[in-house]
Design a protein around this ligand. Structure first.
Ligand SMILES: C[S@@+](CC[C@H](N)C(=O)[O-])C[C@H]1O[C@@H](n2cnc3c(N)ncnc32)[C@H](O)[C@@H]1O
Length: 368
């Protein structure tokens, strides 16, 4: 079986997969930016307003939160009350039914027809959603889907730490050229088996990794590329924003696999990816030069730069002022304001979350 298929089952099998059984998803195993606290969502809300204004304040204006998990980002974006709120249709797209079930605890989730309107079919199941009515100025309205909507919208597709969780093929360079890493069973144990890689898999990798040495390994992220193609199709006007830990394919080839193909469990590194299947998160750094084969991103910057460009420092200094004014009350508003300082430290840390890359593709008029 191809390595990526094993990864897909380990993560998403409806009964035994990590995201079906973990309940809280990655939250319990390691912290993503939205799980650090509400500050991240507050900055994204400022970004949303900037993008909404760039598009001349469309109503409705969609935010498709791809890989939304239990809805932490959605809750903090809405809590920040962006100016675009009345136009906002917030669509959480989450593959795990377990996590979709939890979203209702944090958010008032309504049926998709109330977000996508009458006569449209946002879910590609052949069923026409005949009764929804799309009224301007009635947002924010929140809904949840299992997959990207099947119709194009004006707005933003945002994927925070989604692409690193999509399955991929694994190649190893050998004396005979590139081989694909497959998984077999030997004496009851899962073992790696190398087979000659198909031309289809190798295509494009040669250009990205010059002069590979035997033993070098790279992921081939076909699922991530397919996702990007689909996300670009969902946007009629607006942008696709991908936030993740990224590297170039050649750099991944030069690094040991255990550095970029990681497992996490209970806040620390887990075991070999082929062990403890379903009990640990399996994640692969995103080879973002492979995404360029779909389309070159219009903007690439670190998460720290992106958050600064969208005003994180202003939010932290506002928080400091609120803390000074309300510290004697010690109420929730005071504590929330104070926690912004600590959240910003984690979000901007270039050795951690701040070093992630934010890749943006602009769609429609206004494209750079
Ligand atoms: C690492 S979590 C990130 C969750 C959230 N975005 C965050 O930053 O906290 C990745 C999420 O993507 C979901 N996922 C994986 N493949 C997906 C797909 N094709 N469409 C939608 N969600 C997917 C997983 O179930 C998981 O909840």
């Amino acid at each position: 079986m191809p390595f990526g298929e094993v990864v897909d089952l380990a993560l998403y099998d409806p009964v035994h997969g990590f995201y079906a059984t973990g309940g809280a998803g990655r939250r319990a195993d390691f912290i993503t930016s939205p799980e650090v606290g509400p500050l991240y969502g507050a900055v994204i809300a400022r970004g949303l307003d900037a993008w909404w204004r760039e598009l001349d304040e469309p109503d409705p204006f969609f935010l498709i939160d791809a890989g939304a998990g239990r809805g932490a980002l959605a809750a903090s974006v809405l809590d920040a009350a962006p100016d675009c709120a009345a136009a906002l249709r917030y669509v959480m797209v989450e593959r795990s039914g377990e996590l979709r079930d939890l979203q209702g605890d944090l958010l008032p989730v309504v049926e998709p027809r109330f977000v996508f309107g009458a006569g449209t079919s946002a879910v590609d199941d052949g069923e026409d959603m005949a009764t929804g009515k799309l009224l301007e100025g009635t947002g924010p309205i929140v809904t949840a889907l299992e997959d990207l909507p099947a119709i194009a919208v004006v707005g933003v597709v945002l994927a925070n730490e989604l692409l690193d969780n999509l399955s991929f093929s694994l190649l190893e360079y050998t004396e005979d050229g590139w081989a694909e890493v497959m998984v077999g069973i030997e004496e009851g144990e899962l073992v790696e088996v190398l087979v000659p890689a198909s031309d289809h898999l190798v295509r494009g990798i040669g250009e990205l990794v010059e002069g590979p040495r035997p033993g070098d390994r790279v992921p081939v992220q076909g699922e991530a590329r397919k996702w990007l193609i689909a996300a670009l199709e969902v946007i009629e006007r607006g942008r696709v924003v991908v936030i993740d830990y990224c590297d170039r394919t050649a750099s991944l080839a030069a690094r040991p696999q255990r550095e970029w193909l990681r497992t996490y469990r209970a806040h620390s590194r887990g075991s070999d990816p082929l062990q403890d299947l379903g009990d640990q998160d399996i994640t692969c750094e995103v080879a973002y030069d492979q995404l360029s084969r779909v389309r070159e991103a219009d903007a690439v910057r670190t998460q720290a730069a992106f958050l600064r460009d969208h005003g994180i420092e202003q939010l932290v200094s506002d928080g400091r002022q609120v803390w000074l004014d309300r510290a004697h009350l010690g109420d929730l508003a005071a504590l929330k304001a104070r926690s912004r300082t600590f959240e910003a430290e984690a979000l901007l840390d270039e050795a951690g979350l701040g070093g992630f890359l934010v890749l943006e593709w602009v769609v429609g008029p206004g494209r750079a």
